[in-house]
Write a protein that binds this ligand. Structure first.
Ligand SMILES: Nc1ncnc2c1ncn2[C@@H]1O[C@H](COP(=O)(O)OP(=O)(O)OP(=O)(O)O)[C@@H](O)[C@H]1O
Ligand SMILES: [Mg+2]
Length: 348
């Protein structure tokens, strides 16, 4: 079964064709990172306009790269939630129109399910499938959750962030340190700088006191801010955007490494705790943009990770998730009625 997956929930316009949920035939991603690096973050209206320009050429290229015509496509899958309203609209309206035009069944896929199912796609690392029951650690730009997955397409949220998402925290801390957007890769790079590899033990940052399997990252971001202010000898009223002028390269690398280590330790602690609370679990999968983080991959080596090119937003994971939804008995949606839901939970 060949599924065309379409993804436009944030700032990547993406389309891919995946066979039987695991084999990528094509995977086209047009990122808007260059546009938003200038602003230090995503501007929703600009993202929607960029999707509008890119979406049809991206889908055409996905078909061409896979040597497919519309006759070869068995279904269309599209991200309908959660994400930026305008961005979701461009993807879903395009998918609805194409489904009607080419008479293909249309499936609406939740973005976090897609991130999780990136782990089922075949690649250099992933030749086997994770075994159920599974714990899924979702660490992305907008979400931080631990999901219990007894079987395909069944998700229970057993831990979630009370405030910032972990990717968001990477992005905010990068700003304090004067590193570019997106902050995750920039912090990871500074922590492993060639001329000054960051010292992960130079700055001691607190672990949030939050019970159970939940997370909190806004306190950690503030702790970095206060520690930087103290380090460079300015009061807490000093504007955060000016701190970068006072930090040396060595300090930036050491802050990056210390922050990254603290985040990785927090994530690993919670996963270990979840393994104790759910002793029947046989596999761990890590999903979302932060799953690209090498320090995390090293600290939790027994987990499954998506191929690096599939850790951020892409259409292949949407097509993969759709395949396993169909296998679980999910029916197509009405292309005349499909709505978008910017904030809906994976459990709804
Ligand atoms: N190597 C890395 N280390 C840490 N964080 C990373 C790395 N690479 C990317 N990230 C972070 O991943 C996030 C982007 O991930 P993703 O594309 O999954 O998020 P999103 O789609 O914007 O949000 P969501 O999936 O929650 O809707 C950014 O916050 C980015 O800084
Ligand atoms: Mg995402």
């Amino acid at each position: 079964m060949k599924i065309l997956g379409i993804e436009t929930s944030c700032d990547e316009t993406a389309a891919a064709i995946v066979e039987d949920g695991r084999k990528i035939l094509s995977n086209v991603v047009v990122s808007q990172i260059d546009i938003f690096a200038e602003y230090g973050g995503v501007i929703p209206e600009v993202a929607a306009r960029s999707h509008l320009e890119a979406i049809l050429p991206v889908i055409d290229k996905a078909l061409k790269d896979a040597s497919c015509t519309w006759d070869d496509i068995d279904a269309i899958a599209v991200t309908y939630a959660p994400g930026l309203l305008g961005s979701l609209l461009i993807g879903t309206l395009t998918a609805r129109t194409l489904a009607i035009l080419h008479e293909k069944p249309l499936y609406a896929v939740h973005h976090l399910k897609s991130h999780v199912y990136a782990n089922w796609i075949l690649g250099d690392q992933n030749s086997t499938c994770p075994e159920f029951p599974i714990l899924a650690l979702v660490v992305s730009g907008g979400h931080t959750q631990i999901l219990y997955m007894p079987f395909h397409n069944q998700f229970e949220i057993i831990g979630t962030t009370r405030d910032d998402a972990v990717g968001e925290c990477f992005d905010k801390v990068a700003k304090i340190l004067g590193l570019p957007y997106p902050g995750g890769p920039a912090i990871a790079k500074a922590a492993e700088d060639e001329t000054h590899p960051g010292d992960p033990n130079r700055y001691i940052l607190p672990h949030p006191k939050i019970d159970g399997l939940n997370f909190s990252f806004s306190g950690l971001k503030t702790a970095v801010l206060r520690t930087v202010q103290k380090e460079v000898g300015v009061p807490i009223s000093y504007p955060s955007y000016k701190l970068k002028e006072l930090l040396s390269k060595e300090q930036v690398c050491d802050f990056a490494a210390s922050f990254q280590k603290t985040v990785v330790d927090i994530l690993c602690e919670k996963i270990r705790k979840a393994q104790i609370e759910y002793p029947d679990v046989k596999g761990i999968v890590v999903a979302g943009g932060v799953s690209a983080n090498k320090a995390l991959r090293k600290a939790l080596p027994e987990a499954y990770y998506p191929e690096l090119k599939l850790s951020g937003d892409n259409g292949a994971m949407v097509a993969a998730a759709c395949f396993f939804e169909i296998e679980s008995g999910v029916k197509p949606t009405d292309p005349y009625k499909l709505n978008i839901y910017p904030r809906i939970s994976i459990e709804d």
